[in-house]
Design a protein. Structure first.
Lengths: 115, 113
């Protein structure tokens, strides 16, 4: 059974650019959640995709968007990058939007630096 | 008011010490509760779930007080390897029935020889 994998591991972008981050969900999982963790803060919920549809969103502007593919992998897209978008982006997968006693297992994350 | 609040620390303790972390949450309808551990520049990893009856896993004990909306984590006999940031995590009800986790900002623990 494979875990959650994210790519790339590190990325440097210039303010105003666009970025795409990728997440492969754990085998058998059809739900993917994305979180942003700024330095010194806890992760913050961005949005969740279930069966290729966004079914929940946190307090993030529309320039944060996502996709989920038929194989349940997912992308996070951020347009018009700002310096404050510099953070660790985490992905977690689950089955049927369920949160059991084991919480979520996160991928190792993508560290985005905007300069 | 933040949805989940923790003392940021850092807590600097010698090996063998007992240390306690506290956390409060604002949404009384929250369903599930967890403690995650995060090492520097790594992803958060589940340390333990927190149950109303309290639960223990080796040197770690978690307690939940729903009436006070308060969660605690006790670490006994601290080891150098316990040095990390401990995140208090709550699962509030989602408007659309989806599940999300709300994280506190974390409490840093540094265990020294």
């Amino acid at each position: 059974e494979t875990g959650v994998t994210q790519s790339p591991t590190h990325l440097i972008k210039t303010r105003g650019q666009q970025v795409t981050l990728r997440c492969s969900s754990q085998s058998g999982h059809n739900t993917v959640s994305w979180y942003q963790q700024a330095l010194g803060q806890g992760p913050q919920f961005i949005f969740q995709y279930y069966r290729e549809e966004e079914n929940g969103r946190g307090n993030f502007p529309p320039r944060f968007s996502g996709l989920q593919f038929p194989n349940y992998s997912s992308e996070l897209n951020v347009n018009a990058l700002e310096l404050d978008d510099s953070a660790l982006y985490l992905c977690a997968s689950s089955l049927n939007n369920a949160l059991d006693n084991y919480g979520y297992t996160f991928g190792s994350g993508t560290r985005l630096t905007v300069v | 008011r933040k949805e989940v609040e923790q003392d940021p620390g850092p807590f600097n303790v010698p090996e063998g010490a007992t240390v306690a972390f506290n956390c409060t949450y604002s949404n009384s309808a929250s369903q599930s509760f967890f403690w995650y551990r995060q090492d520097c520049r790594k992803e958060p990893k589940l340390l333990m779930s927190v149950y109303s009856s309290g639960n223990e896993d080796g040197r770690f004990t978690a307690q939940l007080n729903r009436a006070s909306q308060y969660i605690s984590l006790l670490i006994r006999d601290s080891k150098l390897s316990d040095s990390a940031t401990y995140l208090c995590v709550v699962n509030p009800p989602g408007a659309g029935g989806y599940n999300k986790l709300i994280f506190g900002a974390g409490t840093r623990l540094a265990v020294h020889p």
